[in-house]
Ligand binder design. Structure first.
Ligand code: ZN
Length: 118
């Protein structure tokens, strides 16, 4: 990913999610987002890689280091990965927006299951 497209994404987030873009900390590790070093540069994060990509609850900003570690992993599985353990991060220490997403995802999963009669 080029620096230029990162910049365009940040602008897009600033336009659509002004309150979030002003919070310049990674939602996972809490590092201050800045241009360098690269691992601390801001990237757009979709909590669920399968989308929705235009819903506020599924998008926020995290550092390049966290985003590249997560890749296409499932969020819950990733939160349990060695990367997080090494950094001393857990589901309890991530930003409120992530915890909110996890609650939303759990609720959606439950309602989906009840629709299916599981
Ligand atoms: Zn981070």
């Amino acid at each position: 990913m080029s620096g230029r497209s990162d910049g365009a994404k940040i602008i897009a987030v600033s336009i659509y999610f002004p309150t979030r873009a002003t919070d310049k900390h990674c939602v996972y590790c809490g590092v201050e987002l800045k241009k360098s070093p690269r691992r601390d540069s801001p990237t757009i994060e979709h909590f669920n890689n399968d989308g929705p990509f235009d819903k506020l609850f599924n998008i926020d900003m995290c550092c390049w280091g966290c985003n590249s570690s997560k890749g296409v992993k499932n969020l819950l599985e990733w939160l349990d990965s060695p990367y997080f353990k090494r950094k001393g991060i857990s589901q309890r220490t991530v930003a409120e927006v992530v915890r909110e997403y996890l609650r939303t995802a759990a609720t959606l999963a439950i309602s989906k299951n009840s629709e299916l009669g599981v």
